[in-house]
Design a protein. Structure first.
Lengths: 92, 369
């Protein structure tokens, strides 16, 4: 489950391009850029707009009519992948 | 017919955002879609195509829109890998204390376009001072495991006379290191010192701030590339000309620099082409400055060496000899090209005598008339 206590934001060194349907991200930690579409794109955009992990989970729960715990579970792997890629980082 | 229609539509799309007469929305002509997509990919204008759709200038169906977005995703992935390479190269050169300027795509995308998505690119270009050129090549090749795509005729030739060198890696990414902004005679007449003496623009890529040419010098470079680049993929360079002009490049400063570097007629040609191909309304101040820059005898001769049909590289190399500033320069230049290192010679000519004969013939053929 996502650690709600940690505030996350796009890492300062992440490089980003937007299309009308997707976000393309590149960091030093990945060989190939990542393309985020649909829910992953929405999650990224929410973090880029300054939303907290808690708020992102609440939005997912509302949009997909899930329990908050279910939304947090769905969010966790996406956040883990973005953190592993160096795209999301804890806010100092 | 469909190929011409596709190319025409690509030029229309490349003009998105230019000051031009408002036009009614354009649909893709029947049978022209494939040619249009080919042109969008080849000219790297996917971002402008999608922006044209969003602005209601280009009408496409859902499947065509999805295809354009898909093309953008692929191109943007390459753009980002190249930006990452530019950032890494900038860090390495900074650490080595080597001054440089970021050129073309990654710089102009952030300096002169509303969003970087509107300007894609195929490689990373850096301008280096001649006296640190070889140091920079060594630093970048060592750290990035890049290699030269082509040998130079003689050690130190590139840092003194050539346009630059292309470095490449196994992953296909390319780093073009420039000593000057054009090949051939115009590259030799260009005032390169002024490009470093001027206050640089600053481009932020992720967490790194990178020096770039100022707007005026970047404008001149875009004009040189559009006219002298020897490539039919000129839409992006022409679009850069427009973006930089409309972003506040000072016409007087441009004219001053062009006068010192003898490239005014090249800029005039670029303005004419941007006006024709992108339907751009050239700002009055620029048009006034360059309307008088008619090609002289020197320009007609110099421009002829860049014509695409024929051996442009050999013609430019021969013509450069005649515009070098001193006898000493000409002697060193001729020595390197006429009697190159064996390794260079093996890839091009069968022997020194054949090379000598060919060089003499080229130098005579391309002497100023």
């Amino acid at each position: 489950v996502t650690d709600r206590a940690i505030a996350l934001a796009p890492a300062p060194d992440v490089l980003v391009r937007h299309t009308p349907m997707s976000v393309v991200l590149c960091t030093d930690a990945v060989a190939e850029p990542m393309v985020l579409r649909d829910t992953a794109r929405t999650i990224w955009s929410a973090f880029a707009d300054g939303a907290s992990t808690e708020a992102v989970a609440a939005d997912l729960a509302r949009d997909f009519q899930l329990e908050l715990a279910e939304a947090e579970q769905a969010l966790a792997p996406v956040v883990a992948e973005l953190r592993a890629a160096g795209a999301l980082a804890p806010v100092r | 017919m469909s190929s011409a229609a596709g190319a025409q539509l690509a030029a229309f799309v490349a003009g998105h955002g230019c000051t031009r007469e408002r036009e009614t929305p354009v649909a893709v002509p029947a049978g022209a879609w494939d040619a249009f997509v080919h042109a969008v990919v080849r000219q790297r204008i996917g971002g402008l195509a999608v922006a044209s759709v969003d602005a209601g200038e280009l009408v496409v169906d859902d499947a065509q829109h999805a295809r354009l977005v898909d093309l953008c995703e692929q191109q943007f992935a390459l753009d980002l890998k190249l930006e990452r390479l530019a950032r890494t190269a900038a860090r390495l050169l900074d650490a080595a204390g080597i001054d440089f300027r970021l050129l073309k795509g990654p710089a102009v995308a952030r300096l002169a376009y509303p969003r970087p998505e509107l300007r894609s690119f195929a490689d990373v270009d850096l301008l280096l001072p001649g006296d640190r050129f070889d140091d920079a090549v060594e630093v970048l090749c060592d750290a990035l495991a890049f290699g030269r795509r082509f040998e130079e005729p003689h050690a130190g030739f590139t840092s003194r006379f050539a346009k630059g060198v292309c470095l490449s890696a196994g992953d296909g990414l390319e780093l073009d290191l420039h000593r000057t902004l054009a090949a051939g005679p115009y590259g030799a007449t260009l005032d390169v010192d002024a490009l470093f003496a001027a206050t640089s623009a600053r481009v932020v890529i992720g967490d790194v701030t990178i020096p770039a040419l100022n707007l005026e010098h970047a404008f001149v470079h875009a004009c040189l590339h559009a006219v002298l680049g020897g490539d039919d993929r000129d839409l992006v360079s022409l679009r850069d000309v427009v973006a930089l002009a409309e972003h506040g490049a000072d016409a007087g400063a441009i004219a001053d620099y062009c006068g010192r570097s003898r490239v005014g007629p090249v800029v005039r040609l670029a303005l004419e082409r941007a006006a024709t191909r992108l339907r751009w309304a050239v700002p009055t101040e620029l048009a006034t400055h360059f309307d008088v820059a008619r090609p002289s005898r020197f320009d007609r001769w110099a421009l002829s060496t860049y014509e695409r049909d024929g051996a442009a590289y050999a013609a430019q190399a021969a013509a450069t000899f005649w515009v070098l500033p001193s006898i000493r320069d000409r002697a060193a230049y001729a020595r390197a090209l006429v009697w190159p290192d064996d390794r260079y010679l093996r890839t091009r000519d069968r022997g020194h005598l054949r090379r000598l004969s060919r060089s003499a013939s080229l130098a005579l053929r391309w002497r100023p008339r």
